[in-house]
Design a protein around this ligand. Structure first.
Ligand code: FAD
Ligand code: NAD
Length: 450
């Protein structure tokens, strides 16, 4: 088989890989991209975007039901039609699958299909082609962590959940992180029973514990059940298509579907990194600050598969790709990602959001003032019907700067970006409070929070 040579080969066509390939070809490099599944990556096909279609349905139903007898009447007849929702979601994902590869090709990028594996420090096989390049970027994303219990083959991934044609009567989510909480809020609004099984004592560990507790109570009122401190021991299936989840302690749970929400790990196992001389550990490909492999000068990594120490999210993948392109062909790579404070949002209904330090970490480094309140009774929130809301803003007393912002409630997913902006550009709490915001909006509540 004849080997094809390029200036750059990119592995993976998610946010990180796509940005790198497109920018490098604009800079006049010969570029190839290899994708093992459909072109488009997780965010566009199996993550952020399709997930948000589902979350929007949950939020819409919730808004209408909460507004019953106040803003609207007759909401009892409104429901989510799962098959219809699936079709609507496919309107967003289907064109990506079809258009992304042809868009690369029209940009002059050579596209390959297959699971890339290293056959040398700068050589790869796609299974049917041999490729080499002076630079290789690994952007292969993340994959669900292995759950090691008998019967684990019955656990469906989030990819499969997003393609589900019919929603069963009872869904169990394993793990209480982003994926489970976001999907559970939709499933509950569809009228199915939902149980979240979490090995720790609470859900959403990256968010403010007090706001998480408020959200957990509210989720219970919306029909979501929680099984905390749970150790799953086995999954049994019966011929009728139902499952029984067994635990070390407590009653088993019968259900029609079990979904994986127990975390994702770098998707690097099938790359044969040893043959490529590329160091890695459980956090992913070992990279220096410029995102170059610490052991192979031809190789860089970005996004979910790189051990860059930041949350595995689309904005961080994009930032890494932007920086990595500057370093790829430089004799002395020196650009480093400017992540700034990274906002995080779980798209539950309502959303929970955070940026900057947690209260615990902030108290270690600063003399902080904690401004916090249950804001469920504030006018902006009450106008939408009965819902939960709260905030916790951490202000450094010495500089008057916000070092952490934590929000729960309607609009939290948007308002958190104001705090990210203010923190990145070191505005003081007084600066933010002195800014006029359009009223009545959720963001105008920020002045009251400060
Ligand atoms: C259900 C879900 C919801 C999410 N929601 C959000 C959200 O709301 N906001 C947010 O910021 N983030 C969200 N994320 C995370 C976000 O999707 C990822 O952080 C982001 O996609 C990472 O981009 P990436 O380019 O590193 O990897 P990916 O987008 O995962 O792309 C990697 C690509 O590499 C391909 N690949 C893998 N191995 C090989 C190989 N050996 N050879 C060739 N190709 C290979 C894969 O098929 C894939 O297409 C969500 C994730 C999931 C699963
Ligand atoms: N809105 C968003 O930005 C968003 C949404 C979805 C996914 N994501 C990304 O995808 C990643 C994966 O999401 P996720 O929800 O799978 O993971 P997660 O890391 O958010 O949460 C995993 C949870 O599962 C628990 N757990 C692990 N093993 C378990 C077991 N055997 N039994 C019971 N509980 C167990 C953990 O204690 C943890 O609470 C996220 O970390 C994030 O990077 C982001």
């Amino acid at each position: 088989m004849k080997e094809q040579h390029f200036d750059l080969i990119v592995l993976g066509s998610g946010p990180a890989g796509s940005t790198v390939a497109t920018k490098a070809v604009e800079d006049g490099k010969s570029v190839a991209i290899v994708e093992s599944r459909e072109y488009g990556g997780t965010c566009a096909l199996r993550g952020c975007n399709p997930k948000k279609v589902y979350a929007n349905a949950g939020t819409l139903i919730d808004q209408v039901r909460r507004a019953e007898g106040k803003l609207v009447v007759g909401s009892e007849s409104i429901r989510i039609d799962w098959e219809n929702l699936l079709r609507f979601k496919q309107e967003f994902t289907q064109p990506v699958k079809e258009e992304r590869e042809s868009s690369f090709q029209s940009d002059g990028i050579a596209t390959f299909h297959g699971n890339a594996t290293f056959t040398g420090p700068n050589r790869l096989s796609t299974g049917s082609e041999l490729l080499s390049a002076s630079r290789i970027v690994i952007a292969t994303g993340a994959t669900p962590t292995k759950i090691d219990v008998p019967g684990s083959q019955h656990i469906r991934t989030s990819d499969e959940f997003l393609e589900l044609a019919k929603l069963p009567k009872h869904v169990v989510f394993i793990g209480g992180g982003y994926i489970s909480m976001e999907f559970a809020h939709v499933v509950a609004r569809c009228g199915s029973d939902v149980t979240i099984v979490e090995r720790d004592g609470s859900v959403l560990s990256g968010f403010d514990p007090d706001l998480v507790e408020q959200l957990t109570q509210y989720s219970r009122r919306r029909g979501i059940q929680f099984r905390f401190d749970a150790t799953m021991t086995a999954i049994e299936s019966d011929a009728g298509g139902s499952y029984r989840v067994q635990f070390e302690e407590g009653e088993p749970i019968e259900c029609g579907l079990i979904v994986h929400g127990a975390g994702r790990v770098p998707n690097i196992n099938s790359l044969d990194l040893q043959t490529g001389g590329i160091a890695f550990d459980k956090d992913g490909i070992t990279v220096d600050k410029t995102l170059r492999s610490t052991t192979n000068e031809h190789v860089f990594a970005a996004g979910d598969c790189a051990a860059s120490g930041v949350p595995r999210l689309t904005p961080t993948a994009n930032e890494e790709a932007r920086i990595l392109v500057k370093n790829l062909f430089s004799d002395q790579p020196e650009s480093i990602p400017d992540y700034g404070p990274i906002p995080k949002v779980a798209f539950t209904t309502p959303a929970i959001a955070a940026v900057g330090l947690s209260e615990k970490d902030a108290a270690k480094s600063f003399d902080i003032e904690v401004r916090t309140e249950d804001s469920s009774s504030w006018g902006s929130v009450r106008k939408t019907g009965d819902v939960v809301a709260g905030y916790k803003i951490l202000v450094d007393k010495q500089t008057d700067q916000v070092v952490g912002a934590h929000l729960l409630g309607p609009g939290a997913e948007e308002t958190i970006n104001l705090f990210a902006l203010a923190m990145k550009f070191e505005l003081s709490a007084t600066d933010i409070k002195s800014t006029l915001f359009a009223f009545p909006t959720y963001s105008s509540d920020v002045r009251r929070m400060l």
